[in-house]
Design a protein around this ligand. Structure first.
Ligand code: PLP
Length: 369
């Protein structure tokens, strides 16, 4: 019997006994206890402000220069912030073509969100996992917006400060909006985050990754372009309305948690990063060492076969690079504990050995003899 074709939805939420999942991009670590300690006493079930709870926006404003609560919209995760911003830009009457530039490999929802907003995704291919600034400059002139994602899902790469500053300059010069998706900004192993700035920048962030609150769906956008912020609020008023108010209350509690929480988590991620990177390297796979986020993207050749065989024969979930615009590669998320990472690596090793055996049975027999 042929094996059914796999898509991301085949894997999301799969908790089958014995399966090791390198699939999902959600932290397995618990959120800070402060966020759920409010639960027994929580009693507010009314509609909230469409722009988001004032106290949460005010708390966020402490972390962003020259801003006030007015510069923020609290959204249903970073996903809604991306969606609303692109839909507003697609309708803003600007003469520029409705094109959005994005680096490839990309977060797999970007092209879909752009198309749903009525915009065309345009791609700049990464060189060795990094933005090729010359190609970027050639393509950006003709676009209305660009999405920057550093640290990146799926590459784990962090762009240099120099590149990010050049992007600030070029986009300002060519009057292009920057959607800076910084959902992994607190998960950088190599340096502090560099915040891309300017009146043409929309910073997008989330409580999903830093505070392990994916399911509560709280994210936000920050921009000094008040007209754009107001247009987003207007659109949100007639679509999802306010973001889940309990989630916002929990997010507010998260903003008060000491920064040690983030540093301690970063230490855990770093150990896992080393474990999976060294493990896959030892198995002979070619990959970039992640500088942030929690993904690796090794080259495997036939990614369809790899993902299918690993799932059906070895009970290991991995995501096909093709979904991220990276054919031949496979994405592993290392949002799982060290023991499971080791077990998953053993299974990948067994698979690679059996493939080698099948490819040259005589040689393998000779070795065995
Ligand atoms: C780069 C990137 N942007 C946005 C999102 C969506 O985040 P949220 O849960 O806040 O909607 C994800 C989730 O994996 C992501 O990896």
């Amino acid at each position: 019997m042929s094996k059914p074709k796999l898509t991301p939805s085949s894997f999301i939420g799969n908790q089958e006994e014995g399966v090791i999942s390198f699939g999902s991009g959600q932290p397995d670590l618990p959120p800070p206890k402060e966020v759920y300690q409010i639960l027994p006493h929580y009693r507010d079930f009314k509609y909230g402000q469409v722009q988001g709870q004032f106290k949460l926006r005010e708390a966020l404003a402490w972390h962003y220069p020259k801003s006030s609560a007015e510069s923020f919209v609290i959204t249903n995760g970073a996903s809604e912030a991306l969606d609303l911003t692109l839909r507003v830009l697609a309708r803003n009457g600007d003469q520029k073509p409705n094109k959005v530039l994005m680096a490839r490999p990309y977060y797999y929802s970007y092209p879909h969100i752009a198309q749903a907003a009525g915009m065309d995704p345009i791609f700049t291919d990464l060189i060795d996992g990094r933005i090729d600034i010359e190609d970027f400059e050639r393509k950006i002139k003709d676009c209305k917006a660009v999405i920057i994602n550093s640290p990146s899902n799926p590459t784990g790469r962090v762009e240099s400060v120099e590149t990010l500053q050049r992007i600030e300059e070029l986009t300002s010069q060519y009057r292009v909006y920057v959607l800076s998706d910084e959902v992994y900004k607190d998960l950088i192993y190599v340096r502090q985050n560099y915040l891309i700035k300017g009146p043409h920048v929309v910073t997008i962030n989330s409580f999903s990754k830093t505070y392990a609150m994916c399911g509560f769906r709280v994210g936000y956008l920050w921009s000094l372009d008040q007209d754009l912020v107001n247009a987003v609020i207007d659109m949100k008023s007639h679509t999802s309305m306010n973001t889940n108010i309990l989630g916002q209350e929990m997010a507010y509690e998260a903003t008060k948690v000491p920064s040690d929480f983030i540093y301690n988590q970063l230490e855990v991620w770093k150990k896992r990063r080393d474990l999976i990177y060294d493990g896959l390297k030892t198995l002979g796979l070619d990959l970039w060492k992640p500088e942030g986020a929690f993904y690796v993207l090794p080259f495997v050749g036939n990614s369809q076969e790899f993902v299918t065989d690993m799932f059906y024969e070895y009970k290991v979930i991995t995501y096909m690079g093709d979904w991220f615009g990276a054919p031949g590669r496979v994405r592993f998320s290392y949002a799982l504990d060290a023991k499971r990472i080791e077990e998953g690596l053993n299974r990948v090793g067994d698979y690679l050995k059996s493939k080698k055996k099948k490819a040259s049975p005589k040689k393998a027999e000779a070795v065995a003899a």
